[in-house]
Design a protein around this ligand. Structure first.
Ligand code: PGA
Length: 244
């Protein structure tokens, strides 16, 4: 699975062009390819991807389904547009919008209630990694944000591991660091939900993933794909990452 997180980039017209460029360069693939444009460009991307194999994700939504929340967008609105996924808990939302695990736990419920799937992000700071607190930090994010779910909901969850120190910095986790954390995440999921669920869940790596480092990351046993920011804004780079 490869997810393009366009963040706050691309106008509707630029989104349309990038979609058609990606579609024209994409060869048959058995990978799940997902584009996550800004809210404003979601309907353009849904329309442009049509009935191709590309799926569409939102980058966030509110925890309530409707009401007096000026400037917000709900999961029911996103479901109505025909999306498949919502990304929740990206480190930029945790940092700039003060989203914590308790709030994310509510958003997860809201998204699933509308028949959408969740890409739940977790990640540690450089300080937490340097002090050896990275594994417990991720366990806490998973436990508080996801583990209130009944087992039946886990089939609709994808986990994105994005070390904060690697997001948008040009510094990528080594394949050893990525594999260690992904194996940790799988074991934490297994402890809570059992081996079958843990082996089925997709765990994506994100953080300065590029055409030149993607393959080495993706061949790791517990890395099931990537969450791609900067490199997904260029069709050739994104295609090269899908092919990796
Ligand atoms: P990046 O972003 O690839 O630009 O580091 C990844 C992400 O934030 O999903």
């Amino acid at each position: 699975m490869v997810v393009a997180n366009w963040k706050m980039n691309n106008s509707p017209e630029q989104s349309r062009q990038l979609c058609s460029s990606i579609l024209s360069k994409m060869s048959a693939t058995d990978k799940e390819v997902i584009l996550a444009p800004s809210h404003l460009c979601l309907s353009t991307v849904v329309e442009s991807t049509g009935d191709s194999i590309i799926k569409v994700a939102a980058q966030n939504c509110h925890q309530e389904l409707s009401g007096a929340f000026t400037g917000e967008v709900s999961a029911s609105m996103l479901a109505d547009l025909g999306l498949d996924y919502v990304i929740l808990g990206h480190s930029e939302r945790r940092l700039y919008n003060a989203e914590d695990n308790d709030l994310l736990a509510k958003k997860v419920i809201s998204v699933l209630s509308q028949g959408l799937k969740v890409i739940y992000c977790c990640g540690e700071t450089l300080e937490q990694r340097s002090s050896g607190a990275h594994l417990t930090r991720i366990t806490k994010q998973l436990t508080e944000g996801l583990f209130h779910l009944p087992v039946k909901d886990l089939k609709n969850i994808v986990i994105g591991y994005e070390p904060i120190w690697a997001v948008g910095t040009g510094v990528t986790a080594t394949s050893i660091q990525a594999q260690e954390m992904h194996a940790h995440i799988r074991s934490v999921v297994s402890n809570k939900y059992g081996d079958v669920i843990a082996n089925q869940i997709s765990i994506l790596y994100g953080g300065s993933c590029t055409p030149s480092n993607a393959k080495e990351l993706f061949v790791q046993k517990d890395v099931d794909g990537g969450l791609i920011g900067g490199a997904s804004l260029n069709a050739d780079d994104f295609i090269a990452i899908i092919n990796a």
